[in-house]
Write a new protein. Sequence first.
Length: 174
Amino acid sequence: MVVEVEILSNLEEDKGWTVLATTVRPEEGADTEILQAYQDQKTTVEPGFRWSKNPVAIAPVWLEKPEQIAALAMLTVIGLLVYSIIQRQVRLYLHTHAQQVLGNKGTTATPTAAVVLSLFAQVALIQLWAGDQEVVQVYGVQPHHLLSCDALGLDYAWYEAPSAHKNVRYVQTP
């Protein structure tokens, strides 16, 4: 790692600085080009860290070993990657198919992952066993749920029909 001290000399004027850690070799691009390429990406995990800047958003966690801290950091980044992929895939699908889903302020073709996930809060799958017979009920499924599943490549068959190998009485309600 190389720290260019002359760049860090004007901290008060620069209002901060950016740490650039990359596997890109210097001959492949200047630091400013690498940073600009990173910032120009439409999907990164970095916007997902915004919520963590709110002190109320994270409960205190006590980790004693560096391995525990590294594991928590890795799980956080993986979670944010999944979150980012959900958002990207749904937006891409909606754009490609000229569709919209419910957002915070009406319909939108660019929902955040939080909006997409919150749409499913009203969906419930209830499975009950009465003797040897399973009763399955699905509540709250709307077309935008199936659209989101299509966008993410998820099989939504469990919303529509029971498994063929079970003795099931299936009921779907709006």
